[in-house]
Design a binder for this molecule. Sequence first.
Ligand SMILES: [Zn+2]
Length: 309
Amino acid sequence: MDSLENILRQYAEFDTFDTFGNNVCRDMVADALTSSTRITYFPALALMDSVVAIEYSFDLKYLGYSGVLNKIFSSPSVSRIKIDDPWPYMVYGVKKILPKLESYQVKDFLLGIADIESLFAYDLSEVIKRIYITTDHIQNAGYNSSDTASVYVHELTLSKIDTVGFLPVDARIVGRHEAIHAIADKLGLNDNELLGQLFWELHSEFRANIMGGSGYFYAQLDEEKFDPDSAIFGGHSFESPKEFLASYLNSVVHENWEEIMAKKSEGFSQTYTHVTQVMRNIFIGRPELKNTAMASLLEVRLVWFKENK
Ligand SMILES: [Zn+2]
């Protein structure tokens, strides 16, 4: 059997990249000085100025082991933030935001996540466990598919007070959007064939008729437009099936859905009905989804169209 030293000798001097793109170096100077072997991995991902966790994977063969360390997470030093309610979610942020916490809609954001987990018949925090409040230069909210239990949201997105040029956004709706991403990812819904077909079908109409066709539909579906009275910006349903699904389901669960839909144009309502039929079929086709409250809500929306439009 090869000893570790023998194995390491095969890589006597190396400066190479492993299968994950890490630069793996053997520090010959350190070897000589300490009469031990020192291997350094320089990860491919740059560290971001953010509190978002970063995923690393390493190929261990350079250390004499077969196998990999897969999906190790590291995040810059962030504190767990105590929230009053006994919610199961863990909220993290850098220390400097603590004095400002009162001015953030943290609970509303968590409520949005809880709304969606419940509608998909999950226990609270069964899918999303960690929320990172970011403070870097990008005001956004997001979900990183390499860390399926975390979402992040920028401190300004949570602000209860006006930020430059923007009204405070509805953090509950933002929370819902990110929760839909996480759950759809967990369920493999983003790759659903019917969803893809529907998205591209609308997309080709969008290209053919930007002004009057589905381009209008996508724009009206986005969170910032669906409810003309809401103070929210964002939504990019035309980008990908994944974003389309998030904005669509987010519209379905809107508290004022009926009131909003009653004011929408004939064309929008027709396309929305068609989209809802396809979505209902997607939910019915999945045993773990067909009895969820979300599936029932799709049914309720279809009944409303039958009776009102
Ligand atoms: Zn999104």
